[in-house]
Design a protein around this ligand. Sequence first.
Ligand code: IPD
Length: 264
Amino acid sequence: MDDAMSFGRLAEEIAREAGDMLLAKRPARPEVVVTKSSPTDIVTALDQASEDLIRARIRAVRPDDAILGEEGGSTGGGRVRWIVDPIDGTVNFLYGVPEWAVSIAVEVDGEVVAGVVNVVPRGEVFTAVKDEGAWLAGERLRCNAGVPLDRALIATGFGYESRRRQVQAEVLAHVLPRVRDIRRGGSAASDLCSVAAGRVDGYYERGPQYWDYAAGGLIAAEAGARVGGLGGKPSNPGLTLCAAPGLFEELHDLLAPLDPERDG
Ligand code: IPD
């Protein structure tokens, strides 16, 4: 089992299982167990349970693969690496806002070849395999093309540290008057799938982590979007941008001069 399709099938099976577990076990108000970079950066007991389940399922079938997970960090080595966000949109999960996801991507030799984002409360499982397309419920996904910036609905997200939020608020003040409107869904993985499905036209965020966008980025790219950073790949703390070609460049040109740590 070493081809991208098989990795995609296994990732989907595991993301569905983790999603089912989370739905079954989610209490009315999940308990916060640790705060991370700031009091707004939270982890619930179920973030950890979800990552434990995902890691155990991967290890049972592929004991030699590396895993990078939001809660458990980096383990193992080798050509194949699994990138895991056990709950993307933890604040939504905590409050019962129905926009959180289990996100799993599979990298071979440093390139993402398969990705799945299970937006659990909506029962939507987005999948993509490199060069084979992106899918939702048997339908091939295509992002919106030909939308100019001033007619674009743009999703964005915010980090947890106040300094980063200050910068993000300043950037938002420049972006909001120039676009149709802004959405802040609360899950970067789901935002990228929304670009893929044409529910928004683009997405940008300064500083999402790799596990936030690894799977969603492939899904958006396979739906025809460009995914990148300022002058290249997404990076942390740099900007991650995603939109159809044309709108991508317009967004890039709007955001590049505003970024205090231009990374390209
Ligand atoms: C967060 C969400 C949010 C984004 C933040 C992420 P988490 O992930 O994706 O939409 O704006 O940058 O950290 O902490 O809920 O896994």
